[in-house]
Design a protein. Structure first.
Length: 439
């Protein structure tokens, strides 16, 4: 006699169980590291490891002056300024980022190769005309913290180091450099989305439970619950109360790992520009002989004329002649981590190319612009930041309760099977004398 056919709910339970068990340790690791990173800078300040504080009263100096102060304090040749940032609030230092040593020479070679190409010269063997190094300009860079009023250099920092870097690398790319590590993390995010959606369907009360009012117990932990019941109630109650937050944080994490694919999906529903390509991959025409790049202060004056209600936040200087100057602006009341106004300036034609203003974004562009802030718990205040921290803490809870639910059920099944075998042996042993007597 054939057994009952397996239902969709059964297969979802199997999927939920085995995805959770197989990926138990990496998923718990992602939850713990993510929770720690939410408050990493707060922990650093608590331990006395945070950046220096600024107490000099007065008006903040121009970005160009900050850059000159940083360059004067750096003795290594070949470093060029690639970014400058004003403080987000009073009491914080300004920051200037200087490139890795030798990058200034690389830029000269690139520009020289481009100009030679314009004059009809052939590039060197094995090198494409106007070739661009594949290494990020921020690799090996140096951060100089500067008092924005006195221009005193407060600290010189290499790339992120210490325990924060350890957690950042583990959470962001599991110590695997290149795109592979980030893809692995992205697929772990997909696995969490599978667990969240399948868990909702498994948790959903059956029709009879809705009518009888038993569904209320699915939202709570029963008083006096122990063993399997306790783990099941805790697993289900924590899951349903945090489901939307859990899905939101993991969707945004998947976006960070696969921005092009997720961005295209968002724009398919809510049409908008490819913000990532338009903003970060913008190119300008090659400079003509005799052209000079616009000074940063002059570029900032152009931007402020377009945005009189905003103030300077940061600037990313071109590391190649075909790159646009990128300037970030914020309006009063801006929360750190929220999307900023980004203005692209053509450094050779001294003109504004494009303005990316969150107030003018389409629905799709707004969703994409907020992905990182939503994932990292920034830009929406302290309550949301704590909720994102909570979304990491609950993953170990799911892991522990899910594991013990499986282990207790497995132990109970094993005990039941052993009991049946014992009864069967007793029955066989009782029949044996009767059989011998009959013979």
């Amino acid at each position: 006699m054939a057994g009952k056919p397996k239902t969709v709910r059964y297969w979802l339970q199997q999927l939920h169980l085995w995805v959770g068990l197989i990926l138990l340790l990496p998923l718990v690791m992602m939850g713990i590291t993510g929770a720690v990173l939410v408050y990493a800078h707060d922990i650093e300040h608590l331990l006395g490891q945070g950046g220096p504080q600024v107490t000099t009263p007065g008006e903040w100096r121009k970005p160009s002056e900050l850059i000159e102060a940083a360059r004067a304090a750096n003795a290594e040749p070949g470093r060029m300024p690639i970014a400058v940032r004003w403080p987000t609030e009073i009491g914080e230092p300004a920051a200037v980022r200087l490139s890795r040593p030798g990058m200034a020479g690389e830029r000269s070679q690139i520009r020289g190769g481009q100009q030679a190409g314009q004059q009809g010269a052939q590039p060197a063997a094995g090198q494409a005309q106007g070739a661009v190094p594949a290494v990020s300009p921020f690799a090996g860079s140096l951060q100089i913290l500067v008092d924005p009023v006195s221009l005193q250099v407060l600290d010189t920092q290499q790339a992120m180091t210490g325990w924060v870097r350890f957690f950042h690398d583990l959470h962001g790319h599991v110590f695997i450099s290149g795109g592979l590590g980030r893809e692995i993390v992205g697929w772990l995010g997909v696995a969490m989305l599978v667990l969240g959606t399948s868990g909702l369907i498994i948790w959903w009360p059956r029709p009879g439970q809705w009518k009888g009012g038993q569904w209320k117990s699915a939202f709570t932990i029963r008083r006096g619950a122990k063993g399997l019941r306790l783990h099941r109630d805790l697993h289900g109650a924590v899951g349903i109360w945090t489901l939307l937050l859990f899905l939101l944080v993991n969707v945004t994490g998947v976006y960070i790992a696969f921005p092009q694919q997720v961005g295209a999906a968002i724009n398919a529903v809510w049409p908008g520009r490819d913000m990532r390509a338009a903003m970060f991959q913008a190119r300008v025409e090659r400079p003509q002989p005799g052209q000079t790049a616009i000074a940063l202060d002059d570029a900032l004056a152009l931007v402020q004329a377009r945005l009189p209600d905003a103030r300077f936040l940061n600037a990313f200087l071109p590391s190649r002649p075909d790159q646009a100057l990128r300037i970030g602006m914020i309006r009063p009341g801006h929360e750190e981590g929220a999307p900023v106004i980004t203005v692209l300036v053509d450094p050779w034609r001294h003109s504004v190319i494009d303005v990316f203003d969150p107030q003018a974004f389409s629905t799709g562009e707004t969703i994409i612009a907020w992905q990182r802030a939503l994932h990292y718990g920034t830009g929406l205040g302290g309550v949301y930041k704590f909720l994102v921290f909570l979304s990491g803490v609950i993953i170990p809870i799911f892991g522990v309760t899910g594991f013990f639910m499986w282990w207790i059920k497995r132990r109970n099944r094993r005990a039941t099977e052993l009991a049946k075998q014992a009864v069967l042996r007793q029955a066989v042993g009782a029949r044996a004398p009767e059989t011998r007597a009959a013979e």
